[in-house]
Design a protein around this ligand. Sequence first.
Ligand code: BGC
Ligand code: NOJ
Length: 819
Amino acid sequence: MSKTYGHFDDANREYVITDPKTPFPWINYLGNEDFFGLISNTGGGYNFYKDAKFRRITRYRYNSVPMDSVGRYFYIVDGATVWNPGWKPCKTPLDRYECRHGLNYTRITGEKNGVRASVLHFVPLGVKAEIQRLTLTNRSSEKKCLKLFSYAEWCLWNAATDGENFQRNLSTGEVEIERGEWTAIYHKTEYKERRDHYAYYSVNCPVQGYDTDRETFVGLYNDLNEPQAVLAGHSADSLAHGWSPIASHYIELELAPGESRDFIFVLGYAENPQDEKFENHQLPFTNYQLLTSLGERDHHIINKARAQEVIRRFATVEAVEAAFAELNALWDELLSKYHVESSDERMNRMVNIWNQYQCMITFCMSRSASFFESGVGRGMGFRDSNQDLVGFVHQIPSRARQRIIDIASTQFPDGGCYHQYQPLTKRGNNDIGGGFNDDPMWLLFGTTAYIRETGDMSILDEMVPWDNEPGTEVSLLEHLRISFNHVVNNLGPHGLPLIGRADWNDCLNLNCFSNDPNESFQTTGNKTEGSKAESLMIAGLFVFCGRQFCDLLKAKNLPSDTFEAEIEKMCKAVEQFGWDGEWYLRAYDYYGNKVGSHENEEGKIFIESQGWCGMARIGAELGMPEKALDSAAKLLDSEHGMVLNWPAYTTYHIELGEQSTYPAGYKENGGIFCHNNPWVIIAMTEAGRGNDAWTLYKKIAPAWIENQDLHKVEPYVYCQMVAGKEAAKPGEGKNSWLTGTAAWNWLVISQHILGIQPTYEGLRVNPCIPSDLKQYTVTRKWRDAEYVITLLNPNGKQTPDTPVILPYEPGKHEYTITL
Ligand code: BGC
Ligand code: NOJ
């Protein structure tokens, strides 16, 4: 039996970590609107507003030694002992430690020598701040005289330049400190010039001291486990001038036996209109003391009204509790849209809590900020965001709607698009540009899912620009039509889609031909002119999403024949040129050679085309999807799931690109991509193979992880990749949280296994389950209706003879359906 570091607490919708030394930092996300925090089980992580690159509030040292530094730290000095509630950074052994990661909140509790410190972290709805409620309790029988130090390290706003432009940054830092009935430290670097925003860290009481200069607080050659101010037993009241500004409060307190005291810390962000940026006069308060980096020469005192409003609002425990209750009520509501009751507790857990939660997080973050994504490299991905919204649309459809418009606005008039855009500006990201030929199809995928969920056809009439240029607007429906045609207009010699820079597999770079180690496969120029590189993945995607588009046109009583004819042609091209005998080919390379064929020595078979062509059931009359599934089971499957390709490449193939750079068994070279196992699972359900689908589903789903040491990353969310069967350490997970895996597994379990599918005609009940699942009940809120559907499976079937369609009708309905 391997060691476990925690367990699920389903009643509270929490994962409870009981050992701080997890095999990797296990993190959570605070905030689900504009203000976010990443928080590890020891308090590590950082905050940002909207954009992890341009509005980074606190600093993080990625991949640091020791791992996971910096965070929100509280130091407690009790006699000669210094400790932190979350164990780090002092790592003083605790008498008790517990971290509860809940839905957009984390509660970390530590206990040492009779003192308990419990910190609740969350971002209240509609508020641009993280609240930290610290409760200190004296559980001993003696009076305790304690010293408390807080710690936050400011990031100088642009997380990219913060990590590189030291010649400038180490001279720009500025702060203000406001001391009175509360104590707030304001971070105002660059505020006097072009920034209209500032950050603050407050506590709801007077303090005995503070520090704002890192070197003074920590000591130049000290680590955060031995800050010199804490060791000295008092802060130094330092005022940061450049270097690295921080915020630390110093509080002395006494606790009688049994006594508890709460401190409310607010770590927030505020923006002022240009003409309200500054206070009119220098020191606005009579009963407050205001100190600034520049002292009396400072003519740029922040107008703090917006921060003060938040600080005042959260001055009491009652206010914090009310805001926390509001957050929990939001999650009650969000999770009530789809709820399953079955005898399988692990499935219930995935469906009712964690998978839905991760869908919210991927919707908010795309692939920008995690402990594997630095927040500076990538904004919102075109294909990523379309997939994410499909997992999220039932939660808050209006936000999905806006996202669709934002995404479509980054398209070019020919249907191509920017591969990414920045969330703050919503403008396409020039560093990466466009040319990924799968991208346009995903807009069909996202938009049709939104309409099936909501019935809101009006979105199709929204006027949406090209490349965000005012005056270029056409309807969203037109964007969809042009997206469809982008594939039709970019076909290769076999009538299959040209791949462009890459398709879903960013690392299958068939036109890149890179032999320069100083260039990135992802951003460098591609030789697409004259290329014959075609993708079977896009072919399947086109047929699948193209049909979804045709269904939409039919639901609107618009003609779809020309589109259907193109889809038919594509199916024929796949049957004729995309079939390798036992499975679908993956691609043709630049020269027109096969990729993913038994003729190849390595990379004989790939998962993407088995999944997509299988889901689209291309060549069904010829038995192709079933044969492809059998081949995938034989050649790709393993104990931990199906690998992406087999055998993995062992040498660099310049004509294949980044995929062949990875060591065998990792990432896109033979890793288990949790993202595309669901495609195969759906293809299995389309073939009526419920038992197979369930077996593969369980291999990927975190609730079934047995060996936490091996899996390494969080056991409550999906990760992008698990090392494959040819890897050094098969089963080791990496890149947790921000992956399309969340949305796809949500689709798999909610619509294809449990089988509750929103359609234009009604709610279709079309399960494909393991034959030993005898009964389950799904409560589904769909539009203005609520369906309580009980499925009975007395005869051990896997799928119904014909799906049942429940008509859309507002109100509550109960159905019992027997397979
Ligand atoms: C990774 C891919 C990712 C791509 C885009 C590659 O290095 O292997 O998974 O999609 O970068 O950033
Ligand atoms: C991660 C990227 O975010 C996604 O867009 C891509 O499809 C996969 N990796 C596979 O390469």
